[in-house]
Design a protein around this ligand. Structure first.
Ligand SMILES: NC(=O)C1=CN([C@@H]2O[C@H](COP(=O)(O)OP(=O)(O)OC[C@H]3O[C@@H](n4cnc5c(N)ncnc54)[C@H](OP(=O)(O)O)[C@@H]3O)[C@@H](O)[C@H]2O)[C@@H](O)CC1
Ligand SMILES: Nc1ncnc2c1ncn2[C@@H]1O[C@H](COP(=O)(O)OP(=O)(O)O)[C@@H](O)[C@H]1O
Ligand SMILES: [K+]
Length: 484
């Protein structure tokens, strides 16, 4: 499990650790890890030109100490001092002793244009808001000049706690972060600014609380969640998932949701709705009912909404069932908020940003700017688990106050019509197989993202290709876990 903690928690842990280790030790650990990551990126350090962007705090100090290490290994290191009167004194002395030099921002252009590598030590977890004008101008110059960029702890200008970006921010190829991930490194739009992320252990782990702000499942975590049939299993014991989806206008949504559901671990898929013939033609193993959800036979979970059009009656009927329900697409619009809040069995809502915006009464852009807040707010309002789809998929558990799961396996190739229907069937199937809503949503998103990668291999795919690749994703999760 990869975990992320917010700044307040990091600060508290840092204080406790600092009380037990010699002064300056944490910064030396951070700088050593940072310099090693830079050396790996450069391949060869000797003769390389490195520019440090140095702000007024310890983030700049980390950059200066790392710069000193690189300078001792033969790099030409130039520090651009954004706050010359408040530069980290120890770091600056170390850099100068190691042979580095300093310039003012106004005189930095030549050095930036010649640089092989720029270290962004403008601001870290002490940052507020986007970059200030002088730093923003430097960031623009770096972006134009195009050297490799390593962000120290965080790309300067992003919000560490929320992943929001207010104004301009550094874009890095690599972020070297200390002690723990911060939520902003895992949530878009900030995540996009971070590039790849390397975590340097500075000994903070033991001081961090058990419950993080965010967590990202990895193969082993998902493998432990996936249902596996045993000798006692039969199709009913494995769980039956009901899919109430599709309409005369959108029969394909029913097919795609069933395609996902058949690969999600339930023992049988029951379909209700007007697209039964189309579903059967594609998937003869589906149990098709021509009656409504109440009369369709027992299920252990329902999926309702993909391609549902205006069929509010079916949505209401499904919400009245005393089993876990996944509500997606049209179902989100048609569901009565009071009926969702009043349910006793778990509810998993799976909006994309546009659907979340409609439910919250804000714009799509507002949701995309503050994804974490939107997921938590919806989970609180509906007392439901909320899976917010998009470039980073977030799953907030009912109430919105607990740990939020973030999925890192997705690919932009998944942005194709109908791929959300596949996800709803897949996650609904996991619900029917007995996973709780948080696990079903996050394991479903994980497999779906991986299936998208395997199906795409860097080329366009249709949603049915994603569904067909779910078994490969499932095997990868299982087998890699066994190998590790
Ligand atoms: N946690 C740990 O265990 C360890 C942490 N370590 C390191 O310490 C870093 C935190 O250092 P920190 O506390 O000194 O704050 P930091 O981020 O350097 O900001 C300083 C000042 O910047 C300013 N400023 C604010 N916003 C701004 C903006 N948008 N644009 C421009 N400037 C802005 C503002 O000052 P102001 O100008 O407002 O007076 C603010 O006070 C952390 O990220 C990590 O790298 C490691 O060394 C090892 C262990
Ligand atoms: N840029 C992106 N990067 C990664 N995944 C994405 C991106 N855009 C969309 N997705 C994923 O693709 C799927 C699209 O679902 P959705 O928007 O409901 O599409 P549809 O309604 O056509 O089925 C979701 O799982 C979402 O997380
Ligand atoms: K930084």
């Amino acid at each position: 499990m990869r975990t992320a903690y917010c700044v307040e928690t990091v600060r508290r842990a840092e204080r406790e650790l600092m009380a037990r280790v010699p002064e300056g030790a944490l910064m030396q650990r951070a700088a050593a890890g940072l310099a090693a990551a830079c050396a790996d990126l450069l391949g060869r350090v000797y003769g390389r030109r490195v520019v440090l962007l140095v702000g007024s705090g310890d983030n700049g100090g980390d950059a200066l100490y790392a710069g000193a290490r690189l300078s001792r290994r033969g790099a030409g290191v130039t520090a651009v001092l954004l706050a010359p009167d408040h530069t980290h004194a120890g770091g600056l002395t170390a850099l100068l002793r190691a042979g580095g030099r300093t310039v003012a921002p106004a005189g930095a252009e030549g050095a930036v244009r010649r640089a092989d590598l720029v270290l962004d030590g403008i601001v870290g977890i002490g940052g507020r808001g986007g970059l200030r004008p002088e730093a923003a101008a430097l960031a623009a110059l770096v972006a134009e000049a195009g050297p490799a960029v390593v962000a120290v702890d965080l790309p300067s200008g992003v919000d560490a706690d929320t992943g929001e970006v207010h104004g301009s921010a550094i874009r890095a190829d690599l972020t070297v972060t200390f002690g723990t991930h911060k939520p902003g490194l895992l949530v878009d739009p900030a995540r996009e600014h971070a590039g790849s992320v390397r975590l340097v252990d500075i000994g903070l782990g033991a001081e961090l609380p058990a419950e993080p702000e965010l967590e990202a499942l990895q193969h082993a975590d998902v493998a432990a969640l996936l249902p596996t049939p045993g000798g006692e299993s039969d199709k009913y014991r494995r769980g039956v998932v009901g899919v109430a989806a599709g309409s005369a206008r959108y029969p394909g949504a029913a097919v795609l949701a069933v395609a996902g559901a058949l690969r999600g671990g339930a023992g049988a898929v029951r379909y209700v709705g007007p697209a039964g013939d189309t579903v059967l033609a594609r998937f003869p193993e589906t149990l098709v009912s021509d009656r409504g959800p109440k009369q369709a036979g027992r299920v252990q979970a329902w999926v309702v909404g993909p391609g549902a059009g205006e069929d509010a009656g079916t949505v209401a009927e499904v919400l009245a069932a005393d089993v876990p329900v996944l509500v997606d697409a049209d179902g989100l619009r048609l569901a009565d908020a009071g009926a969702v809040r009043g349910r006793t069995a778990p509810t998993l809502m799976t909006p994309h940003a546009g659907e979340a915006a409609a439910l919250l009464g804000v714009t799509r852009e507002e949701v995309e700017r503050a994804r974490l807040a939107a997921a938590r707010e919806l989970a609180a309002r509906y007392r439901a688990t909320v899976l917010l789809k998009g470039s980073t998929t977030l799953v907030a558990d009912a109430g919105g106050a607990g740990v939020v799961r973030v999925n890192a396996t997705g690919t932009a190739w998944l942005a194709t019509a109908g791929s959300g229907d596949v996800l709803s069937g897949l996650a609904g199937s996991l619900l029917a197989a007995g996973l709780n809503a948080l696990d079903a949503g996050s394991a479903g998103a994980y497999l779906h993202g991986l299936a998208g990668r395997f199906a795409a291999h860097g080329a366009p795919v249709g949603a049915h290709d994603v569904a067909a690749a779910i078994p490969e994703a499932w095997r990868d999760v299982r087998d890699r876990d066994l190998r590790d």
